[in-house]
Ligand binder design. Structure first.
Ligand SMILES: Cc1ncc(COP(=O)(O)O)c(C=O)c1O
Length: 441
């Protein structure tokens, strides 16, 4: 007999836009809990995606579920400004304690792209400068302002190119370093040269409001820059009174082993965009800056109807306390380095694994064509499909879709990492066997 899901799929017209509903792997799911999804097929899947770095404290943490119920008994909607409520005030106060430097003032919104929009608008407003510099390969969202600084894939911009002019410089790429040179020194020196070229050929530094970057390149391929490179970006901004924006939408809330990558890399930006892990799946984000900077952005220059929703703020408070109570920053560091050790061993057995790039539980495995060394996005999809059949879910990134993203919930255990990586190992082995039969070896 036809089950409910098959019936739904067969009889439903195509009401969901393909751009929304066809990403990989599009697994039909009825429930989520901890580090697991439960499929409509009755199978349990280990989740190494965290809903793209969102459910850092695990799916449907019981305290999160309870706080949604409790909050809904009081308030469901603001908007802040028309009314004022405890959860938004307390959240701003508690967040201020964990932010880097003097970033202690918050404009709450709903999504990562909105937090980026706010950051760009704030920088333009306070500097009265028109232009923005971002890094090639960066992903900052899909609304037109954020898209203007997003260059991870041209398909995101095709026929929708933003009208505002922005400038790009290359992100740190230690792989380009010629043999015999120190990779960190090489990328730092190159950064100075790239900015000098930009400022002398295209835009003067006095016209630049801000430089925006992801402290670890996310969608663009999980590229971890050397600390010194990020410090150099800070230095170049300071030299020209340009504001530095960190997009910590993906790197935030413990993902790198500290609250934010700014702390992991010991570089403090002027403005931050935060979202994803903040409220365990409820829509919430923030543009963050010092009070000194924020107070130059007057009433009416920015606004929101839904931003800082009371239930989402309550859940964010609960999420912060879970991260503290369950010691998840420490777990992230320990599980991250354990997973990388295992992966380095795995790399020795597999020709298709290129580099492994990691900070905390933000781990990228590059899949290459073993004969050419080139990125191998189609091979990666075969590996992820095989892994999914075995019961573990991974996501992908990289300009050619060639990097496996491993971003489990930060509650992940050693046993779960062992299971997930064992299944990945088997999936890669199967793919390599098919390659060998094609090569006739
Ligand atoms: C670094 C970064 N910035 C911004 C965004 C956009 O966030 P959203 O999809 O919530 O708009 C993302 C989403 O993946 C992201 O990874």
């Amino acid at each position: 007999m036809e089950n409910k899901w098959d019936h739904l799929v067969k009889n439903m017209p195509n009401r969901l836009a393909p751009s929304m509903a066809k990403d990989h792997p599009n697994l039909p799911v009825i429930k989520e809990e901890g580090c697991y999804y439960f499929g409509v097929d009755g199978k349990q899947y280990l989740d190494f995606t965290s809903g793209i770095a969102v459910t850092n404290v695990g799916h449907r943490h019981p305290k999160v579920v309870q706080s949604i119920k409790d909050a809904a008994d009081g308030l469901m909607h603001g908007p802040s400004g028309v009314i004022m409520y405890e959860s938004i005030l307390r959240l701003a106060d508690e967040l201020a304690d964990i932010m880097p430097g003097n970033l202690d003032c918050f404009f709450f919104a709903n999504s990562g792209t909105e937090a980026v929009e706010g950051a760009l608008k704030l920088a333009k407003y306070v500097t009265k400068r028109p232009y923005v510099v971002s890094f090639t390969g960066g992903f900052h969202g899909r609304s037109l302002g954020a898209l203007g600084v997003t260059t991870s894939k041209s398909k995101y911009r095709k026929f929708m190119q933003p009208s505002g002019l922005t400038y790009q410089v290359p992100y740190a790429n230690v792989k380009e370093c010629p043999a015999g040179l120190d990779p960190e020194a090489y990328v730092i020196e190159k950064l100075e040269r790239d900015f000098a070229t930009l400022f002398s050929h295209q835009v003067t530094p006095e016209e630049v409001a801000c430089v925006i970057l992801e402290p670890v390149l996310g969608e663009g391929g999980y590229v971890v820059p050397p600390k010194g490179w990020l410090k150099k970006v800070r230095e170049i901004c300071d030299r020209h009174q340009i504001l530095l924006i960190f997009d910590e939408v993906q790197t935030g809330f413990g993902r790198t082993g500290e609250w934010f990558a700014a702390q992991t890399f010991d570089v403090t930006p002027d403005i931050m965009a935060i979202a994803k892990g903040i409220a365990s799946g409820l829509p919430l984000s923030a543009t963050v800056a010092s009070n000194e900077l924020m107070k130059q952005w007057p009433l009416g220059s920015h606004g929101t109807t839904f931003g800082g929703n009371p239930i989402a703020c309550s859940v964010a408070l609960t999420t912060l306390s879970i991260i503290k109570e369950e010691n998840l920053l420490e777990n992230t560091k320990q599980m991250g380095s354990y997973a990388v050790q295992q992966l380095e061993e795995m790399k020795k057995r597999h020709r298709v694994i290129g580099s492994i790039r990691a900070v905390g539980l933000m781990i990228g495995i590059e899949i290459i064509n073993p004969q050419t060394g080139q990125p191998n996005g189609s091979g990666l999809l075969k590996i992820l499909d095989a892994a999914l059949k075995k019961g573990v879910l991974f996501y992908l990134c990289g300009n050619h879709g060639e990097v496996i993203r491993i971003i489990p919930p930060l509650i992940v255990t050693k046993e779960q990492i062992d299971v997930g990586l064992q299944l990945l190992d088997e999936a890669i082995m199967e793919y390599e066997e098919t390659l060998m039969s094609l090569e006739g070896i």
